[in-house]
Write a protein that binds this ligand. Structure first.
Ligand SMILES: [Zn+2]
Length: 220
């Protein structure tokens, strides 16, 4: 009996080795995109306000954005784009893929797409904050930090909050994946909020357009 027990142990050990030996690179394959999952949680800081039913709105936004990220429309729209380097090639962070054309300094939309969807499951956390009278920006995020800030003033505006929130999350998530605005770029090269040049505004815009199109067709 002891021998059988030992044999069983060896078999189990071999099985375990085999299971853990499966390469993790398979996770980033595009064929997995149908399984892409997004979950978004939030906290409301003292002094900040969210509208009634905000928990449901966040859930809806999370569902809408996951649906867009999995869609062929999103892939097609992004693959047609090419963006400014957005200074991310100089970043020292390592949680994202640095793919850009060294000759032109451009980032292909395809690279942005793969960077956004390189993980099968993404968990984000929103800190809702009161930003006083400042109304220039919807939120803030940093590369590789899955928690980001959303300012509360625009959450009170009426109409399609889940869609606007989905678009905002997409924008901040693009920053989390390393793509920046032009703040740190020399003046002659600034591209502002141009959706054809700035990856975060570009991705947000594509998400917004797809959601508007789906809404018109009553698909969402
Ligand atoms: Zn931004």
């Amino acid at each position: 009996m002891k021998k059988i027990g030992l044999l069983l142990l060896i078999v189990l050990a071999l099985l375990a080795i085999n299971i853990f030996a499966i390469p993790s690179s398979g996770h980033s394959k595009q064929t997995d995109i149908a399984d892409f999952k997004l979950s978004v949680s939030y906290t409301v800081e003292e002094g900040a306000k969210v509208p009634e039913g905000f928990a449901d709105t966040v859930k809806k936004a999370q569902m809408l954005l996951a649906k867009v990220f999995r869609s062929k429309e999103f892939k097609e729209a992004l693959f047609k784009q090419s963006y400014n380097d957005s200074a991310y090639s100089k970043s020292k962070k390592a949680c994202f893929l640095v793919v850009y054309d060294e000759k032109t300094g451009r980032i292909s939309g395809e690279a942005v797409y793969q960077n956004l969807l390189k993980e099968k499951e993404v968990k984000l956390h929103i800190n809702v904050k009161n930003n006083g009278d400042k109304k220039g920006t919807l939120g803030a995020s940093y590369a590789c930090n899955y928690q980001f800030t959303t300012y509360d003033y625009w959450l009170q505006e009426k109409g399609e909050l889940a869609r606007r929130l989905a678009r905002h999350i997409a924008h901040e998530f693009t920053h989390i994946r390393g793509y920046r605005h032009d703040n740190k770029v020399p003046t002659p090269f600034k591209w502002g909020r141009d959706v054809e040049e700035d990856p975060a505004y570009g991705v947000g815009n594509i998400v917004g357009e797809i959601l508007t199109a789906w809404s018109k067709k009553s698909l969402i």
